[in-house]
Design a protein around this ligand. Structure first.
Ligand code: NAD
Ligand code: TYD
Length: 354
């Protein structure tokens, strides 16, 4: 294709219509007008092209509706564009769904990743100036007790079908780096929050349910701890690693921002009451303790000193600012929420939470 000659680099971003992927695609399109950004996405229940409405007409952007399990379609895509880099985010991403339907997680997260690795190996005549960057999760490290952190050197100990599938894909990416000298990078990030997150994950689910005066399900006793990072900071870190991270390396990304689920839900209730001019304490009345998630990991917490020291990464916003921004976005985008919560998600929600 002639037009691709006009660009300094052609970057494939997989899963770019999803939550984190859409932030990464937007950042890359706007920050690098000299790059062509190709967004590959199957558009599952979690992928939504509305997430990219503001950039969809930019000249340095192309969308390709492809399943990473379709090897033939991937081969045709790699022949169409001579990719310089791949930033791989496409995945099944929700732990609860992985408990009810593990197979899909293996197909997409493991086999899909393998297909992309094979496509790079086959189509990249030389690996010079190429990069396969795999986006992963801190959940591969398992579960922490009350103290301690996950380091890049922490042994893998995945405990849910989701984390096992991500661990498996991480291993494959490293194996391709080691065996075939494929130029790879991996990052493992803690829980993200922000705009455009599908409301099956804790923070948007709670915001959505408060708006609709529905019960706020807390698994178990609500004492599980997660380390929350604003999605735009994750996108900043991904950009840094893609541009400056060392090949063959792993970088942990986190916010040093640990919250017990129940404390976080109480905080969200209070901020929402304030925003909605509810009487004080109104939303907390919706909190409902439900059966614990099977195999529920107790605590995740990232030691992010490697990316801070090597690449100078620190989160740009406080949790207070990030949450305020996130809540404002959901309150101002009710139509987006109504849109994504109709259809297949509704069925899943009713089967699992009602
Ligand atoms: P998401 O579920 O919001 O988006 C996933 C995207 O991948 C969707 O657009 C979906 O349509 C697409 N997709 C799914 N299966 C596909 C397939 N077979 N072929 C092509 N596209 C497919 O997920 P997210 O929360 O944005 O997570 C993105 C990546 O970041 C995942 O790899 C996830 O493991 C990782 N991650 C997420 C978090 C988090 O807190 N959300 C934290 C650390 C790492
Ligand atoms: P989630 O957003 O699903 O992310 P992850 O499981 O990948 O960490 O869940 C965050 C935490 O919130 C986790 O400890 C499970 C808990 N949780 C609830 O208590 N209630 C809910 O309805 C959901 C979706 C999660």
């Amino acid at each position: 294709m002639d037009f691709v000659m006009d660009y300094k680099k052609i970057i494939l971003i997989t899963g770019g219509a999803g939550f984190i992927g859409s932030h990464v695609v937007r950042k890359m399109i706007n920050k690098y007008p000299e790059y062509l950004i190709v967004n590959l996405d199957k558009l599952t229940y979690a992928g939504n092209l509305n997430n990219l409405k503001d950039v969809e007409n930019k000249s340095n952007y192309k969308f390709e509706n492809i399943d990473i399990n379709n090897e033939d379609a991937i081969q045709i895509l790699f022949e169409k564009y001579l990719f310089d880099g791949v930033i791989h985010l496409a995945a099944e991403s929700h732990v609860d769904r992985s408990i009810s339907n593990p197979s899909e997680f293996i197909t997409t997260n493991v086999i899909g990743t393998l297909n992309l690795l094979n496509a790079c190996r086959k189509n990249w005549k030389s690996f010079e100036n190429k990069c396969f960057y795999h986006i992963s999760t801190d959940e591969v490290y398992g579960s922490l007790g009350e103290t301690g952190f996950f380091y890049e050197t922490t042994s893998y100990d995945p405990r849910s079908p989701y984390s096992a599938s991500k661990a498996s894909s991480d291993h494959l990416v490293r194996a391709y780096g080691h065996t075939y000298s494929l130029p790879i990078k991996i990052s493992n990030c803690s829980n993200n929050y922000g705009s455009h997150q599908f409301p099956e994950k804790l923070i948007p689910l709670i915001i959505n349910n408060i708006q609709n005066k529905k019960p706020l399900p807390i698994y178990g006793k609500g004492e599980n701890v997660r380390d929350w990072l604003w999605v735009e900071d994750h996108a900043n870190a991904i950009d840094l690693i893609f541009q400056k991270g060392r090949f063959g390396e792993t970088y942990n990304i986190g916010g040093h921002n640990e919250w017990k689920n129940i404390d976080l839900v109480n905080l969200l209730c209070d901020i929402m009451d304030n925003r909605l001019s509810n009487p004080k304490g109104e939303s907390r009345k919706l909190i409902t303790y439900v059966k614990d998630r099977a195999g529920h990991d107790l605590r995740y917490a990232i030691d992010a000193s490697k990316i801070q020291k090597e690449l100078g990464f620190i989160p740009s916003v406080s949790f207070e600012e990030g949450l305020a921004n996130t809540i404002d976005w959901y309150l101002n985008n009710k139509e987006w929420l109504d849109n994504v919560t109709s259809g297949s998600y509704q069925n899943y929600y009713h089967q699992n939470y009602n």
